[in-house]
Design a protein around this ligand. Structure first.
Ligand SMILES: Cc1cc2nc3c(=O)[nH]c(=O)nc-3n(C[C@H](O)[C@H](O)[C@H](O)COP(=O)(O)OP(=O)(O)OC[C@H]3O[C@@H](n4cnc5c(N)ncnc54)[C@H](O)[C@@H]3O)c2cc1C
Length: 375
């Protein structure tokens, strides 16, 4: 019996199992058969029909990967396209970064995430998500950017930097880490200014100004000060952000109160120059000597990309994309949103912990549509 099933499944690979004739002939069993085939031939080369994808997933972050894994489990013909390496955003996080979530809350599909401490470090997260991709042999194209998604009739055409694909459904899981919120002052484009923080060693014995009051800015301020940088924080509001991790906030407040880290509250950068910068403070403009600036004022989704796809955004400054929270389907049938992209400008609303569920919601909805069609 097993041999017969294997011969049948092997033949189905050659026949390109996603062919419509095959699908309609075997009806509902088609999905079950593909699931079994995925299990039986786990070690086989990928069997992705690029011109007839059930799902194309844009973005290989934790949530895009969760969608891919869910699609694979259900026997769907899927592909993830990622413009960088696996979990590109996490790869670009500060090298010593520690998540605020404990590791089990970052797990995908209940696959255990073991970390040294309760809250994992960036390297452990890279290891975890990388292993999910490689051990499950997920279909993923790396270093390939999706440029355009168009819908004609019931089919999406997706143009990347390398190929053209055709898919019945598209999931946008592109996150928000690519576009920094600019501070829009003269000198922001100088090489000494960065919107991304990586490694404190770089700033040792340097005069470093950090703009921002949230987790990224405060983590960077403490780390760089501990590695010998002379740190000045420039904070637009009256205090260190209330959302700063509860175990980090007292640390920064104590460092400020003891005078180890300088701070200007209710202040904004006015101009950045090669060796100094002007800050507008409640006491008027102040010029401070400065070697490097980290403008860690948050990031935003690529709204142009969403609009190009035809996704409606709210007209207020939150720019919330339109989607059904039960299915994650947008105002365009077959086009879904997953992960932090759902939050518009409210980038703190969604994170891995609370958006990993999107994968199941979306795949369940797609399966229900396929079943309705077959019936
Ligand atoms: C410093 C920091 C600490 C954090 N700590 C936590 C935490 O403790 N717990 C938690 O739950 N969350 C945390 N987050 C948030 C969490 O990292 C994000 O919520 C998570 O990365 C979201 O996953 P995502 O898959 O939606 O988006 P992302 O991880 O941003 O993935 C999107 C992917 O899409 C790719 N992409 C974008 N455009 C294209 C395109 N056109 N074509 C192809 N690929 C594209 C990007 O390269 C990227 O890899 C933290 C974030 C930061 C910045």
């Amino acid at each position: 019996m097993i041999i017969v099933i294997c011969i049948f499944l092997q033949a189905s690979i050659k026949l390109k199992t996603s062919a419509p004739e095959f699908r309609s002939y075997f009806g509902l069993n088609y999905l079950a058969l593909r699931s079994i085939k995925n299990l039986v031939f786990l070690g086989e080369p990928k069997d992705v029909d690029m011109k007839n994808l059930d799902i194309l997933i844009v973005g290989g972050g934790p949530i895009g990967i969760a969608c891919g894994l869910q699609a694979k489990k259900k026997g769907l013909n899927y592909l993830i396209i990622e413009k960088g390496p696996i979990v590109n955003s996490l790869f670009n996080y500060p090298i010593n970064m520690q998540f605020f979530s404990s590791s089990e809350r970052l797990e995908i599909d209940d696959i255990p995430f073991i970390s040294k401490e309760a809250k994992p470090k960036r390297n452990e997260a890279l290891e975890y998500y990388r292993r999910i991709v490689t051990s499950n042999k997920l279909n993923i194209h790396l270093f390939e950017e999706v440029l355009e998604v168009k819908k004609e009739d019931d089919q999406f055409t997706v143009q990347s930097t390398k190929e053209k694909y055709s898919a019945k459904n598209v999931i946008i899981a592109t996150g928000f880490y690519d576009l920094p919120n600019k501070i829009n002052v003269p000198g922001e484009d100088l090489p000494k200014v960065s919107h991304y923080y990586k490694d404190p060693h770089f700033y040792a014995s340097q005069k470093l100004a950090i703009v921002g009051a949230s987790n990224s800015a405060i983590d960077a301020a403490l780390e760089c000060w501990r590695k010998g940088a002379e740190v000045t924080l420039i904070i637009r509001g009256p205090e260190v952000g209330q959302r700063v991790k509860y175990w980090v906030r007292p640390d920064i407040i104590n460092r400020i109160e003891e005078g180890s880290i300088a701070v200007f509250y209710n202040s904004e950068v006015k101009e950045i120059r090669e060796q100094e910068m002007t800050i507008n403070t409640p006491d008027g403009d102040i010029v401070i000597a400065n070697d490097f600036v980290l403008a860690l004022t948050g990031y935003m989704p690529n709204f142009e990309f969403l609009e190009m796809l035809g996704i409606q955004l709210s007209q207020d400054n939150k720019k919330l994309p339109t989607y059904d929270s039960a299915t994650m389907e947008t105002n365009i049938s077959g086009l879904y949103l997953a992960g932090v992209i759902c939050g518009g400008m409210e980038t703190h609303k969604w994170f891995i912990e609370n958006s990993r569920i999107h994968a199941k919601l979306i795949v369940d909805h797609i399966l229900s549509k396929i079943k309705t069609k077959i019936n």
